[in-house]
Design a protein around this ligand. Sequence first.
Ligand SMILES: [Zn+2]
Length: 556
Amino acid sequence: MYLSSAFLSHPIILFIAMIKRILHFLLKPFREHHVFMIAFFVLIAAPYIVFQLRFGFYHHYINTLLIAIHCAVISYFTTLLVSLIQPKILRKTIQSILIGLAAIMFATNIFCILKLHTTMDEDYLMLILDTNPNEAYEFITAVLPKRVIIIVSSAFILLLGLWGLSSHFNLNLRKKGSLVALALMGLFTIEAIHSWYIWQSGPLCLLKGLYDYETMAFDKPNNVKPCITFSTTQPRPNNIVLIIGESFARFHSSLYGYDKMTNPRLGELKKASLLYTFDSIDAPAPTTALSLKYMLTTCSKSKSDSISLAEEWRNSITVFDLLKACGYDSYWFSNQARNGRFNYMARAFAKACKENHFYQNEGSINDSYRLDQVLVDSSYQFTQHLEQNSSYFIIYHLMGSHFNYSQRYPKDYDHFSPDEYSNYPQHQRLNLSIYDNSILYNDYIVEQIINLFKDTEAIVIYIPDHGQDMYRSSPDYFTHGIMNDPVSYAYGVEVPLMIYASPVFQEKHPDTMQRIKYRQDHPKAWNTENLPYLILDLIGATDINGENIQSKSILN
Ligand SMILES: [Zn+2]
C-alpha cells in the first residue's frame, strides 16, 4: 500500500498522467466533435478553395493548399474551444449558431464568386454594410441568378445528408487514427503560423474588415489648425456650396452626351455660361463611405500603400478644418440616414460641421423615405438669412439615385418608360428607365439648390460620391462598381463634375472664371479625392502647411 501510493505520486507518473489528460483534451475534436469540425471546415473553406481554383489549380495550388490548411487550423481550434463549454445543451446551441454563421458566409461567398467574381473581401463587406439590411436584401434579390440558388441549396442538402448519415456510421477516429490526425494538425498549425499572410485571402479577412469598419469612424482625423497661404488679399467668396450627389453615372447625363435628355435644367444653365462641366473625372471608390473618406479630407488613396494609409488617414485634414482656417463655418444638410452603423462616415463628417441637419433617420428604404426636395424646403429659411459679412461652407448630401431608383423621384418624374430602351436587352429596360428618371429628378433638385444661392456671391460644386455600373461591365449586372473587377470598377467610379458660378462671383473673380472655362474646354484626368484642393483653389488659397494646392486642383 505504502509502496504503490509512493509509486503513484512519483513525478514521472504524474507527468505522464498530465500528458494523457492534455492529449485527451486535444483529441476531443477528432473523437467527439468531428461532425461539427468537418461541417465548419467545409462551410468556411469551400468557397475560398473554389475561388482559388477559378484561376487554375496548377498556378495557384500552393495558395489553395495554404488556405485549406489555414481553414483546417481555424476549424480545429474553434472546435477545441467550443468543446470546453458546459453544459452540453449550451455547447450544442453554440455549435448550431457557429454552423449557421458559417452557412451564411458560405452562401454569401458563393454568391460573390459566381456573380461578382470575388470572394467576400473587406471592400465588399463595406459595400454591403454601407447599405441598410433592406437594401442589401433588395440588391441581392435583384441580381441573384438562379444558378447561385441551385448551387447553394444543393450544397446545403448534401451537407445535411452527410450530417444525417454520420449518426448511423461511426465516423470518429480510433485512438491511433486520431493521434495521427493530431500530429498532422500540429504540422498544419506550424505551417499556418509560418504562412500567416495567407489569412488575408481567407475567411479571417472578414474579421479585419469588420474591425476596420468599426474603428474607422472613431479613428478619424484630429481637429487641427492648418496654416493656409493666400495669393491675394482680395476678399474670398461668401458662399461655397458643395452638393454631394449619390450614384450618378456620368454616362447617363445628357450634359456628357447621353442620348436621353436627363439634364435639361442644368443644360440650360450651361448654355447661359453659369454652369461648367468637366470630363475625365473619377471618384476614389465605388461606394459611399470610402469615397467620402477621401473626398472630404486631404487623405490620398493613390499615394500610399495600404500599411501607411491608416497613418495618412490619421494625419490628414478634413475639408471643414481647412475651410474653418479660412474663416468659413460649415453647415451640413442631409437626406441620407443619420442613424445606423451603416452611415458612420457621413455622420462623422456631419458632426465636424458647425451645424448638421438630417431629414432621414433610418435607412434609405423604408415607408417614410423622403425625396430630396426636403433639402430645398428645409434649408430655404437658412439660406434667406445668410449674413453678408460671414463666410459659409454649405454641404447638401443628396439621396440622388441611390438604389432602389424608383423610390428616388415623385410620380410626375416618371418620364422615361421601358419602351424607349428597345436597343437594350428586355431585362435591362425597366431598370434603365427608372434610373434615368432618378437622374432627371436629380437635375431638378440640383437646379433648385443652385437657385437658393443665385443672387449671392456663390460657387456651387456638384459632385456625386461615385457612379453606377448600369449593365456596362456585364449584361446581368447593375448598381455599384465591383472592387475586384477592373472593368466594372472603372464604370463605377466614372462621375460628372459641375461647377456653378453665380453672376456676382463671375463679376468679382474673372481670373478664376478664366481657369474654369479653360479646363472645361481642355479636359484633364482628375480624381475627386483631391476635392479639398479644388475648393481651396477656388477661394484663392495657394498652400496648405507649405504643400502646393494648385498641383492637385483640376483647374491647373
Ligand atoms: Zn453612394
